[in-house]
Design a protein around this ligand. Sequence first.
Ligand code: F0G
Length: 456
Amino acid sequence: MKTIIEPHRVKMVEPIRLTDRDERERLIEKAHYNLFLLHAEDVIIDLLTDSGTSAMSSEAWGAMMRGDESYAGARSWYRFRDTVKDIFGFEQVVPTHQGRAAERILFSVMVQPGSIVPNNTHFDTTRANIEFCGGKALDLPCAEAADLESDAPFKGNMDIDALEKLVAEEGREKIPLIMVTITNNSGGGQPVSMANIREISRIARDADIPFYVDACRFAENAYFIKLREPGFENRTVIDIAREIFALADGCTMSAKKDAFANIGGFLCTNDAELAQRERNILILTEGFPTYGGLAGRDLEAIAVGLREILDEHYLDYRLLSTRYVVNGLLDSGIPVVAPAGGHAVYLDARRFLPHLDPLQYPGQSLAVELYIEAGIRGCEIGTVMFGMNPHSGEEQPARSDLVRLAIPRRVYTQSHMDYVLEAIQYVWERREAIRGMRIVKAPQFLRHFTAYFDWL
Ligand code: F0G
């Protein structure tokens, strides 16, 4: 059958408030053309992020009711810990309230001023936490990643030659850890191959440098390996995931992505002494080591979600549904990052609006148009987000100008995806009339969250 169906039934619904175009024009003007400043109830389809926005299952809601809220040694903690150990295989599990808390703790014990931490592409919070500790966050994406149109299967890979060169030049004195982000979110949601992960692991082990996986979307990445990498077609996703983590010394995880949870995360390692130092910091800001800033019910939801995310019928639907949107856009000649990644569709705003200069923020302009036309909220990933050097105050075009439409897990149906496709096609037809934008005012750091914009 060619119709994609959701492998779940709807048990509870959340009404969407429908708005019309005139109303949205007023609302976005009031929000100073910044989609982060809208009220969520004024959005019809919210594709701002796939993080913490998933729909939980009846099993997960049921498990929440048995959450054990004991301060220390709760039953829920052991259920959570045993599930994480079973899938990820690391000996030490440190719970945190979300992914960036795991990052902050990890880097505060491992990174010193002058350290260099390579990654395929650091996510913003990873980069910011390394820089906060005085380190340098270095992106080493593979060459194929630069071509937004090619259909190479593993464009999330790390550049192995560049990593080898860096390790040879700087050594373990300067490099406290090597990371890889699966899937590569800032690199278009593209997967990393097992071959690439094996190579990174080999380089790290030869140089005696710990190797960490940023595991946020590990199940999607494992399923891409099953679909695209020769030799994995008959392996189960859990088995592939276990092999990935067996090649590493630890991981950071946001349970808000591939665990279907609304909040939560964890940090893993095989090094008991390191874990002790991490727990000492954990207690200062997150909480006791058997709950780490989470309620017992959250630990329960994550334990259930981590099992459900490995369901191959779910993963098949997930990747097919994203691919359906990307292929629909490609068929209409609309510029989009290809091939489809797992969790998001990335429109290429520079090619969508070629009459705009990058400093006229084509990504922002396209994101605002999508809201006005259809009530869809996406997110600019381009010159607004990365173009300003906060230290020198100088502005430059970013590497690319994209609009990310991140798809919350199990929340929207195929008909919502048809609506998204139709809306983008409509904006595409009248693209020549779309104006650029200017920034009216913006803070020095992370300006995209609060900047005010206006039409040129
Ligand atoms: N690493 C990656 C690859 C991420 O995508 C995120 C979050 C984090 C770490 C941090 O996790 O939010 O739980 O603290 N990404 C979200 C997004 C915010 O919209 O892509 P967190």
